[in-house]
Ligand binder design. Sequence first.
Ligand code: XMP
Length: 326
Amino acid sequence: MQTDFRPESMQRITTIELANAFIDEQVKLVREQVKDKKVLLALSGGVDSSVVAALLIKAIGKQLVCVHVNHGLMRKGESEQVIEVFKKGLDANLIYVDATDRFLDLLKGVSDPEQKRKIIGNEFIKVFDEEASKLSGISFLAQGTIYPDIIESKGVKAHHNVGGLPEEMEFSLVEPVKLLYKDEVRVVGKALGLPVSMVERQPFPGPGLGVRCLGAITRDRLHALREADAILREEFAKNGLEGKVWQYFIAVPDMKSVGVKDGKRYEGWPAIIRAVNTTDAMTATVENIPFELLKHITNRITSEVEGINRVLYDLTPKPIGTIEWE
Ligand code: XMP
């Protein structure tokens, strides 16, 4: 078992060769730890859990059981990518749970952001727990804990990430990347052959689009948000901004304004673009997005997304604005 302390002498993993050496060592350690037992992993599709999944599949194959819970608040195409990469690509033992209705029913009429976060977090644990209890012979729980998690929250992944551990679960932990920094996890992911779009993914809050569909979530506004966000991501990727801007997304508030469409008055929601750069998410600066691109994105969103009739660009740095809107 590894300690939770990263020795000063530990070499930074910056190349595929170094990542391969790390992978070989971890494969050996995991096999020694797990032997012929089964390991359970909550696979969100985020960088850390994806890299852990790929590493463990290499080490123990079908002894790893991945559970992907779709809480209905994922970005467009994300759950599909998890299935594509892990089930089709890596032949993973993957259980996919579409819990969209459960989450959206519970969130109906709830407008307080912290209450929304609580509901999403608790329900996630409940769904994961239910899936775990259907399985027999699980001895270990794998987690995508990384070194900053250990430094910041004493080893428990995600104080505010969805996917925190149910406390009563009595599994031993398998945490193969717990001494790595994020950039190293990304290199390991590349060495394991994961798609660049997965390992270079921007941070995405555990409660997902739930905190970007501002106020009480409705299915139609959530759908509009997801489509608008997909257009923003597509345009940023096409225009070389994908790896350059730290975090970018759309938020859609629960308010309407008047517009005109086909000669008629038309009430719609505004889509708010947020695009920021930061190193630690404690402070952030607004990215200078070319005006022509902003106009192009505005045209696309307002013509392609049902329900959106304006696009706004948030120019507020952090502080004074937080990165998310709620
Ligand atoms: P703020 O909005 O506080 O965000 O400036 C800083 C970073 O944290 C992310 N964030 C969250 N991540 N669960 C998460 O896992 C959350 O509830 C949550 N709220 C904010 C945010 O996306 C940004 O990267």
